[in-house]
Design a binder for this molecule. Structure first.
Ligand code: SAM
Length: 346
């Protein structure tokens, strides 16, 4: 029987205030990098140099951090890296996270982004652990071009098997993310449209951002949303689809016959910072409030000093409040962020 205390606990006043930044944006989306190791050396991401120092926390520490965030109103967690499938204990983390409930008592929206190299073996164990959907990064649908981008021979064949294993395991939707980089793969737009239609996967093109270890980025290297839309239209008439949510990053399209779905994520030419609901946790336990932040906030340091969950929550709240209004890509004086994508967690 419900007691007076229960009814007090259930009022909004008794609930913790949800994370919000000083610009009024609700922060509901957390990306956790579980390693900064990667088995690919994609040209637009890494230099390919060996010898980096890797940083990972014990799985139970990511879990504790995730719990504190969820207690503050996080509704969606995406696991990423580096390459998350390299991380020992990943399925255990997925199992625990899939049990978490949001402040509204709904299941947490749990997602994972991978390069797909190890997915053929891991799709089923991850599904069994409670993962329901997955995003695979693929930058070409032609084997030799793919291997030139990842700098790993045989990578295309592995990733295609991974995508198909994810579908066979019932992970749905399977999304495929493609970063377009002029001079490397802008000729892949129409082949990816055909891939979406034939494989029944959602393909999303992402504009190249200045987050790479090498100095490749120039405004001209970006294949823009406008160009992508034009190329798709030359293949078949396209139709705009309604957004799934207000903070959705992708502009969605299908074709005139309704077969295939293409999303375009345009952080450079059509920035969506005003709707940004994301913060990131790096694999060494630092909070990043924007991909382009110049500094990190050492949440793990609070834990290591014996901080309680309440102290961690206070640290998170005050960090998130300071989230940058927007990025300044392409503007005079733009500074590259203090870490590259593989060390932030994409
Ligand atoms: N290894 C996993 C993967 O390949 O999906 C997860 C980490 S990876 C850094 C996450 C995503 O960031 C990938 O889709 C990758 O293509 C994208 N990415 C990396 N560098 C980028 C850049 N400079 N601009 C845009 N996207 C980038």
């Amino acid at each position: 029987m419900a007691t007076v205390l229960d009814s007090i606990r259930n009022t909004d006043a008794a609930r913790p205030e949800r994370l919000r930044d000083k610009h009024g944006r609700a922060i509901t989306d957390l990306r956790i990098s579980v390693t900064d190791r990667c088995n690919y050396k994609c040209v637009y991401c890494r230099t390919g140099n060996e010898g980096a120092v890797y940083a990972e926390l014990p799985i139970e520490d990511y879990l504790r951090i995730a719990r504190v965030f969820v207690g503050l109103g996080i509704e969606k967690i995406r696991l990423t890296g580096g390459e998350p499938l390299l991380r020992k204990g990943l399925a255990d983390l997925v199992r625990e996270l899939s049990q978490l409930r949001t402040l509204d008592s709904t299941p947490l929206d749990l997602a994972l982004t991978t390069n797909g190299h190890l997915l053929e073996e891991l799709a089923e164990p991850l599904r069994d652990a409670g993962l329901s959907r997955i995003t695979v990064s693929m930058d070409a649908v032609v084997a030799d071009k793919f291997a030139r981008i990842t700098r790993v021979p045989g990578s295309y064949e592995r990733v295609i098997k991974g995508v198909r294993a994810a579908k066979a395991a019932g992970l749905a939707p399977v999304k495929v993310n493609c970063v377009l980089l002029r001079g490397f793969n802008e000729d892949q737009i129409v082949p990816f449209a055909q891939f979406s239609r034939e494989e029944g996967v959602i393909v999303r093109f992402i504009e190249f951002m200045p987050l790479e270890e090498d100095r490749l980025w120039t405004p001209e290297s970006v294949v823009s949303l406008t160009e992508i839309v034009k190329a798709l239209g030359s293949f078949r008439p396209i139709e705009r689809m309604a957004p799934n949510t207000a903070s959705e990053t992708a502009v969605r399209y299908t074709f005139d016959d309704g077969v295939g779905e293409i999303g375009i994520i345009a952080p450079v030419t059509q920035a969506f910072c005003g709707h940004c609901s994301r913060v990131r946790l790096t694999s060494d336990g630092k909070i990043r409030t924007c991909l382009f932040s110049q500094s990190d906030h050492d949440l793990y340091g609070v834990m290591q000093r014996g901080g309680t969950d309440e102290e961690m929550a206070r640290f998170i709240r005050s960090t998130v409040e300071q989230k940058e209004a927007r990025h300044h890509i392409g503007e005079p004086g733009f500074l590259k962020p203090s870490r590259s994508m593989v060390h932030i967690g994409g």
